[in-house]
Ligand binder design. Structure first.
Ligand SMILES: Nc1ncnc2c1ncn2[C@@H]1O[C@H](COP(=O)(O)OP(=O)(O)OP(=O)(O)O)[C@@H](O)[C@H]1O
Ligand SMILES: [Mg+2]
Length: 260
């Protein structure tokens, strides 16, 4: 039964996903225009058994809106984030970031947009071990050519806001998992991105550290009016967002009941 996903009936795609578009459109027309807009995104991975991981996915996320995407392991959550980030090309559909169609951009423009407008947080932190905490957080600003004085102020501000004001000179090996993830969050937000993508950011943390990181992420997203997408398996994590969406094994993105 390895290839059963390809048997999903096409009519359910339209019914399920158009329902969630209407819901998002209502929300957005009332409040903001979307930072991120996906339309009709489909993606199949070829191979001995083709895997249709995304099927006619539509999604709008406005500034300051925080969305969780849940779903079983292997359904395509990380693939969806990669498509949003322009790291994976969809087979069909469009990704607009602030009205700009990612498909129209050359590679260097896409890299620039990613650096300027997106921030990433991953399960494995990806803090660079040979740079200090402050240097890790400064990295996105250096890549954007921001001058040293402005960078230093901004890094200090971010470290303070994630509770690491006195750890700038520490090396990553001296930090706990929860502290490393705070560094990663500071680095993801230091350049004030419009969209933050977090893929299982608490997957490597104990429950207490996970709770603190979730609260921190939510506060940062709300304080900075960033559009946020959190991929998570955790029910606790899903409770910290404004809206929970589930990616089904047939590649559909369904709206669940509103979180707290
Ligand atoms: N580059 C690729 N080539 C072929 N298949 C891929 C590729 N990337 C992902 N896949 C497959 O697509 C499916 C979805 O993968 P993805 O990593 O998006 O799942 P996920 O929902 O993030 O899972 P998890 O919760 O375990 O992280 C998986 O079956 C995976 O093996
Ligand atoms: Mg994943």
């Amino acid at each position: 039964m390895a290839c059963w996903r390809l048997l999903a009936p096409a009519f359910s795609v339209v019914a399920t996903n158009s329902g969630s578009i209407r819901k998002w459109s209502r929300l957005n027309s009332r409040e903001y225009s979307p930072v991120l807009s996906l339309r009709n995104i489909s993606k199949t991975f070829d191979g001995s058994c083709p895997r249709e991981v995304l099927q006619s996915v539509d999604l709008d996320v406005a500034a300051g809106h925080y969305v969780a995407i849940t779903g079983e392991s292997g359904v395509g959550k990380s693939t969806l984030l990669n498509v949003i980030a322009g790291l994976e090309t969809p087979d069909t559909g469009t990704v607009h970031l602030n009205g700009e169609d990612l498909a129209d951009l050359a590679d260097d423009e896409l890299t620039r947009i990613r650096r300027e407008q997106m921030g990433f947080v991953f399960q494995a932190f990806h803090v660079l071990p040979y740079l200090s905490v402050a240097q890790n957080v400064e990295l996105p600003l250096s890549l954007l050519g921001i001058d040293a004085v402005q960078s230093r102020d901004r890094v200090n501000e971010m470290l303070e806001s994630v509770g690491l004001a006195d750890r700038g000179d520490s090396m990553p090996r001296e930090l706990s998992g929860g502290e490393l993830q705070r560094v990663a969050i500071a680095r993801a937000l230091v350049h004030r991105p419009q969209l933050i993508l977090a893929d299982e950011p608490t997957g490597n943390l104990d429950p207490e550290a996970a709770g603190q990181i979730l609260e921190l992420l939510r506060r940062q997203i709300k304080d900075n009016a960033t559009a946020g997408i959190l991929v998570t398996h955790s029910r606790d994590a899903a409770r910290t967002v404004d809206e929970v969406l589930t990616l089904t094994p047939t590649g559909l993105l369904r709206s669940e009941s509103r979180a707290v």
